[in-house]
Design a binder for this molecule. Sequence first.
Ligand code: CDV
Length: 319
Amino acid sequence: MSETGKNKRRIGLAVAQMGPVHLADTRERVVGRLVEMLREAHGRGAELVVFPELALTTFFPRYWMSDEEARQRFFETAMPNPQVQPLFDAARELGVGFYLGYAELTPEGVPFNTAILVDKAGTIVGKYRKIHLPGHDDHKPDAPFQHLEKKFFNVGDEPFGVWDALGARIGMCLCNDRRWPETWRMMSLQSAELVVLGYNTPSHNIHWPEPVHLRMHHHLITLQASAYQNCVWAAAAAKCGSEDGHHMIGGSVIVAPTGEIAAQTVTEDDEVIAVNVDLDLAETFRRNVFDFARHRRPEHYSLITERVGPGAPLPRKPV
Ligand code: CDV
């Protein structure tokens, strides 16, 4: 690692937080907002821009409806497609890569909550399908809103991966995945240097009267602890504010491998934050306190893959 900083490996990293997307908003309008933020991020030195989970639509799992209706209204059957093409065109024109979350319906008709990694040429180089789907699949008539990710999406069909792109080793996950240590460890064991993710986190918990401030607290401590324990940079993009009266937290951040917040949004609207990231910053941790090869003891961790939880000791069948 260079003392002067001259020879450090760097990447211009931006998070493009989105304010609300309402039911009445068209894909064209939403993509216009994304392109505008991509241009701003490029002007601020970004080479990679992180957009939110389900960035093209409102957070529709809050609404009870048939699978058929959800697929018609909110899912993409191809990526890119004519509505989203302007974002890919802008990426190629500017030479900026991006991460984007959207609802994917495969040609076989399988629904996933998906994120893609696109390089500076506007080519999709990585795809991740959300593994930790929160919520429920039944209608909860007494709840103020639904959280139907388990109804509308299948569990991701590939393990957590890491991609060599834009001069870095980049891992992807989505929203609820960030709360699970396994997510981060899977990526750091594949030498991830940067983990990118988008999220839609409702301010209210439908399962218990959680104090609202805890939502932000848990979001931040999760990212900060996970970045530190796994020697990675983390970039997390919210879709936030009040979508047709349903409020979601902001707090989009870029977190250093030290666990410190390098940049954080201050609004609940469309907002770009950018950091010139030193990819070698984590090297000292990888060589010392978190030198995995010297200090990890996987022979004592077998329960992690043998048990789903203390009340469910039997292995779960692969999905
Ligand atoms: N979209 C999400 O995965 N949201 C969850 C909520 C349900 C808590 C999250 O972890 O933020």
